[in-house]
Design a binder for this molecule. Structure first.
Ligand SMILES: Nc1ncnc2c1ncn2[C@@H]1O[C@H](COP(=O)(O)OP(=O)(O)OP(=O)(O)O)[C@@H](O)[C@H]1O
Length: 289
């Protein structure tokens, strides 16, 4: 059993939005980033994995077992950080910990206090008095303190300053040194993913557009750049999407097709970053944002 997380043909409909046949998997030892524009379905997918939203059809397997059988026991093995306030606002950090810890069979105070110290979270402050970033640090400390094998986080780096974001990414890289663990997190900060993610899964309008290894991604798509005179040549090669720039034209293409085109012309090829891949794929799917 190498897959720690596996979604197969998951469907969930709300009025006006649906997760449509969502399938992807994550093996132990790896970090997967989950990206997509606002409203694409990232939080909904994460909530489906945690069974906070009940799926209409399909299956979610955690540690090789269908979550339908035993979500409660399986959740013991997951460290979960999500984008809503989950703590008792009127209680201090220390008192919140006392409430939360007994829910986890493998809670480890030593690890908890180590992270609290490392992240500089004040134990004696009420949660309502913590900044957004400090609450996130506390949530992260909780998620890391019960020997979870799978860490799932919904936008953990939003609201964090660059210094702590870097620290958080270092913590994730440290956690993943244990090859029996895996990390799955959504984010809009794609530069964070470029630093740590092994896999990227991209959701758009409730559908998975791709779930690929980071290395394959930089081969899968290329940016083709050319002067104004190259417009018809680029368009004839069926780019995924094209845009006019101050210097001419720029298009995202499938890697193989882009190389073939560049071989027959003097168009310039560049590796796109994740933001550029997202931008062109969103544009090609006709979604205006
Ligand atoms: N309980 C619900 N009832 C009805 N619609 C919902 C519900 N939960 C989510 N949605 C809708 O599902 C869509 C996807 O929302 P979701 O929060 O999953 O997107 P997201 O990718 O996480 O977005 P963001 O990046 O802005 O956080 C949105 O249109 C949202 O309004």
């Amino acid at each position: 059993m190498d897959d720690i997380l596996e979604l197969s043909h998951v469907n969930k409909s709300f009025k006006g939005f649906a997760l449509d046949d969502v399938s992807f998997s994550l093996k132990k030892g790896y970090i997967m980033g989950f990206i997509g524009p606002n409203g694409a379905g990232k939080s909904t997918t994460i909530r489906c994995i945690m069974d906070l939203v009940h799926i209409d059809s399909g299956d979610v397997r955690l540690f090789g077992e269908s979550f339908k059988n035993n979500i409660k026991a399986l959740k013991q093995r997951i460290g979960f950080v999500y984008d809503q306030d989950v703590f008792f606002e009127e209680l201090t950090v220390e008192k919140n910990k006392r409430v939360i810890a007994p829910f986890y069979e493998r809670w480890d105070d030593d690890i908890f206090y180590r992270y609290i110290k490392e992240f500089d979270v004040p134990l004696d402050k009420k949660v309502k008095a913590l900044s957004k970033g400090t609450k996130m640090k506390f949530a992260l400390a909780v998620a890391l303190s019960h020997h979870a094998e799978l860490i799932i986080m919904d936008e953990p780096t939003s609201g964090l300053d660059p210094v702590f974001r870097k620290e958080l990414l270092d913590v994730l890289l440290d956690v993943i040194q244990d090859e029996n663990k895996a990390i799955f997190f959504s984010t809009h900060i794609t530069t964070d993913l470029e630093k740590v993610a092994d896999y990227i899964t991209f959701i758009l309008d409730g559908k998975i557009l791709f779930s690929k290894e980071m290395e394959d991604l930089s081969e899968a798509y290329l940016l083709v750049k050319g002067p104004r005179s190259a417009e018809s040549e680029i368009k004839a090669a069926h780019p995924i999407s094209i845009k006019e720039t101050s210097l001419g034209f720029e298009a995202l293409m499938e890697g193989k097709e882009a190389r073939e085109l560049a071989d027959q012309s003097n168009l310039h090829l560049e590796r796109p970053n994740l933001d550029e891949i997202m931008y062109y794929l969103v544009k090609s799917n006709g979604i205006n944002r």
